[in-house]
Write a protein that binds this ligand. Sequence first.
Ligand code: FES
Ligand SMILES: [Fe+2]
Length: 472
Amino acid sequence: MSLWLGYAHGAARGHITKSPTLAELDLPKPSYQEILDRDGDSVPDVLRTQQNPIPPTAPVELARYTSQAFFDREMQKMWTRVWQFACREEHVAEPGDYFVYDIGRHSVIITRCDDGSLKAYHNSCLHRGTQLKPRGSLGHSPLIQCPYHGWTWNLDGSLVEVPCEWEFPHIDRDELALDQCRVATWNTLVFINLADQGPSLGEYLEVLPEHFRNWDFSGWRTSVHARKELPCNWKAAQDAFIEAYHTRLVHPQAMGTSGDVNAQHDIFGDHVSRDIVALGVSSPLLDEPLDDASILQQMLMGDAAVMGERPSLADGESARGVMARNMRETMEQFGLDVSGHSIAESIDSIKYTLFPNLFIFAGLSLRVLYQYRPLGNDPDRCTFDILFMRPNPPDQPPLEPATVVHVSEDGSYSDVPGMDPGFAEVFDQDTAILRAQRDGMHASKRGVATFSAYLESRLRHIHNTLDKYLNA
Ligand code: FES
Ligand SMILES: [Fe+2]
């Protein structure tokens, strides 16, 4: 594991700036740690960890979101050199299963070989370059055949057939194996890296494996998979799901039942950061917090985080305690032993960010993946995938992963089969604001953004990590 040394204050990106320390900030109460104190149960050490060096607070140039030249540098120097989340192992479970992962103009076919290993190939024919599998596709085929003239490869990448072979006395079959890129897995997730050299996935993941020791994703399947093309830069899309500063205006319905400006934001390394939002508490921005009975009632209305029987509040119980108990009982029906899970692990939004394209939630009620990618060569467009996971039913063969449902830019997530209506409303609200932000960025005279010290600290952190790649 690489040792992350944090920030030399004022030095990043050439700015001299005075940044506060975490201790100097007057953050709202209750803090996430105080909410854990009130829960009074035993939580894993990783949830008691707080680490945020407050990256320098200098303004951030909007051209980093809008400029074609900046986008081109990102593609050349970052996206081609990082480990990025492509799919889950369930998408390529059997020999011959394949999944096409596209990033900008790059495209990779991930497939399961006959010996059970995974391989990833550049999605380009060695005859005259034709794409071997359609972008964004997945399926099953025991051979990889080009749709143009029929050159055909085995799953292990070896060339098996060149039609009219007498035309090619000059080729060496062994030299025409498909070009590979690196592929590796962690916790049921499949990652690819377009660079042949560089850190292993294990090194790249920093603290993630250690933090996820309690949170094993095997036995969980993708139950809902929604994909939406967004009219904004990929970083703007991510930003919207990192900070809860926008909750008051964008998601007013959530103010009674979730923390927002008192979320905890941690930075663990160049690639890994985290936020934890408490559920079953009111926002500190409300004049009066709701009582527990009202919180419980509101949480149950939207069905968010609830499966199975609707619970009620007993004497002395907190809304958080009831929701957590209900969630654990529901998960036990799936055959999971979650008796040792704390209230926080059972219901809170515990979301890790792995640079550059994955957000991964650790909780029981919210076990979700977000994936963000630039789309084609356009700095103003990106693809946003949401994968909800649910445990496989016990004593049955694993269910197939949910098919990818495309949501149009003006469409609603409520049309995605199986999507919880409460989440659909939140995703609609989050994605609806992004076109206005993009257009406003292009209209800016000043050309810079002024991020907050703490709630938006990780937005700046991601820019700083990006700079390490751009300047390498
Ligand atoms: S381009 Fe692929 S077989 Fe001709
Ligand atoms: Fe949001």
